[in-house]
Design a protein around this ligand. Structure first.
Ligand code: DQA
Length: 163
């Protein structure tokens, strides 16, 4: 099973950017931790960061037929991008939205997420640990879906035998 992690604008600047809000950890260190969890659970993982909305839409579309689950921090696009929301809705791959900061404690313009309603769920406010929680969540969702598909296949095989 494969997870694609998509990081939006300015997240490449973690570690130096507004440390009082986002903390001192760099994006590559967060990714290294996620990679470790993925390896422990036999999951393939790939990371993508872009500051451009269209590139994020392209990467989401490329996930079709490639990813079993997506973790996305759309960053500022969370609050503005209908295009990213539509791409998540279109591909129908379970997606977990993640934020380092608690967007509901911050400026009012951050309180609305255009993308969360088309995601399986949202995790916000736990700093880099938000990404760990997102990993645990997406693995749970992927396992449940896999178990459901296998049960359906077994049921179908049983029906085929009877007919
Ligand atoms: C963020 C929250 C957004 O409001 C902001 O624009 C970001 C980062 C977070 O992870 O807390 O760039 O997505």
């Amino acid at each position: 099973m494969k997870v694609v992690v998509i990081q939006g604008p300015n997240l490449n600047m973690l570690g130096m950017r507004e440390q009082n809000i986002y903390g001192p950890m760099k994006l590559e260190d967060i990714h290294a931790q996620m990679q470790g969890v993925a390896e422990q659970n036999n999951i393939e993982i790939e990371f993508f960061q872009s500051n451009l909305e269209g590139e994020i839409v392209d990467r989401l579309q490329e996930c079709l037929g490639e990813a079993d689950g997506i973790i996305i921090n759309p960053a500022a696009y969370t609050h503005t991008s209908i295009a990213i929301r539509d791409a998540i809705a279109a591909i129908q791959i379970p997606t977990v939205e993640v934020h380092l900061s608690n967007i509901y404690q911050r400026e009012e313009f951050r309180h609305k997420s255009l993308t969360a309603p088309v995601c399986a769920g949202q995790i916000a406010g736990f700093g880099p640990f938000s990404y760990h929680l997102a990993m645990v969540s997406i693995m749970q969702i992927m396992n449940e879906l896999k178990a459901m598909r296998e049960a359906q296949q077994a049921q179908q095989a049983q029906l085929n035998l009877q007919n």
